[in-house]
Write a protein that binds this ligand. Structure first.
Ligand code: PSU
Ligand code: MN
Length: 307
């Protein structure tokens, strides 16, 4: 089936040479950031990965074909204001292939395609998780990102989960599904815009070499799960906590009032934060993704040396 993947020559060569490759996802570009800004970020992420000595592979579905690595004109298409790329989770891949659609891939589908292509590590902003339920109810909105991480051996570097989620429940699901969670220079599970949530992480590393050693050792543990490496937003770009709490409360009320559900929740909330924070949430989001790309590339390089 991997014949079906369109892999750029640069990424294919790097993979066969055993060089570090970092997968990057496209939903954060097409649905998480405003047009214009998304194109700059796409460019910058690829540049950061290269500077660390690894090869970037941005992943998306174009005209029904999964692409591992995008050319400049393909990035232009993905980031255009009127691009109309669907948000594709893993379950949406088959319909998108069969109906020859364009789509941006989430953490779940990017990790799936990265694994299919033989890529071991992937950088994003925030992992999807368990959504908050009304008091006394159970939330059935649990991101497929968690399920895919439980049975796809890829390391995801992210800044925790968005504070719009039930972080406690998300951390519990990761434990139940045997996904190692490792803090990168932190003892806390990060909250995306905020460096620390109320939860700690079971393991901490302070260097890319230590992180790579864990990823390598994880390969000798029976099972198919991935690894979650959590790296907090750089201190200078953390959102002010009071502004954050106000925007979150307003955003949750807006979702209820407009009846926004399912996969539309995350993009709507990110847009609400971007509109209400005078650019602060946009710079937090941009800088955390950039730093995750740097960390992922450094770990990919260290991992390539171990193998
Ligand atoms: N990180 C960002 N912006 C985003 C996302 C991550 O900085 O938009 C996306 C990822 O693609 C992730 C998705 O898989 O948010 C979560 O969506 P959901 O809650 O519908 O599972
Ligand atoms: Mn969901």
């Amino acid at each position: 089936m991997s014949d079906h993947l369109s892999i750029t020559p640069e990424v294919a060569d790097a993979l066969s040479a055993g060089q570090g490759v970092v997968a990057l996802e496209s939903t954060l570009l097409a649905h998480g950031l405003p047009p214009g800004r998304n194109r700059e970020v796409a460019q910058r992420l690829e540049h950061i990965v290269r500077q660390a000595g690894a090869i970037p592979a941005t992943i998306a579905v174009l005209d029904g074909t999964p692409h591992i690595g995008l050319t400049e004109p393909e990035l232009d298409r993905l980031c255009a204001p009127d691009a109309g790329f669907a948000k594709l989770s893993r379950r949406d891949l088959a319909p998108a292939y069969a109906l020859k659609r364009n789509g941006a891939t989430t953490v779940a589908s990017t990790a799936t395609l990265a694994h299919q292509a033989g890529i071991k590590i992937f950088a994003t902003g925030g992992l999807g998780g368990v959504h908050l339920a009304a008091p006394g109810e159970t939330s059935w909105d649990v991101s497929a990102d968690l399920d895919v991480l439980a049975h796809t051996p890829v390391t995801v570097v992210c800044s925790g989960v968005k504070s719009i989620l039930d972080i406690a429940a998300t951390v519990e699901v990761l434990e139940t599904r045997s996904v190692p969670v490792v803090g990168y220079g932190t003892n806390h599970f990060p909250g995306f815009y905020l460096r620390e949530s109320a939860h700690t992480v079971p393991w901490r590393v302070d260097t890319a070499a230590e992180a790579a050693a864990i990823v390598h050792a994880h390969g000798s543990v029976p099972g198919e799960s991935g690894v979650l490496l959590v790296n907090p937003v750089p201190e200078a770009h953390e959102l002010d906590r009071d502004l954050h709490d106000r925007l979150l409360a307003e955003g949750m009320a807006m979702l209820r009032q407009k009846g926004i559900r399912g996969k539309d929740i995350t993009p709507a909330l990110l847009a609400h934060f971007h509109a209400g924070s005078g650019g602060a949430s946009l710079s937090a989001n941009t800088e955390l993704v950039a730093d995750n790309a740097r960390v992922a590339a450094e770990v990919a390089v260290a991992l390539a040396q171990l193998r």
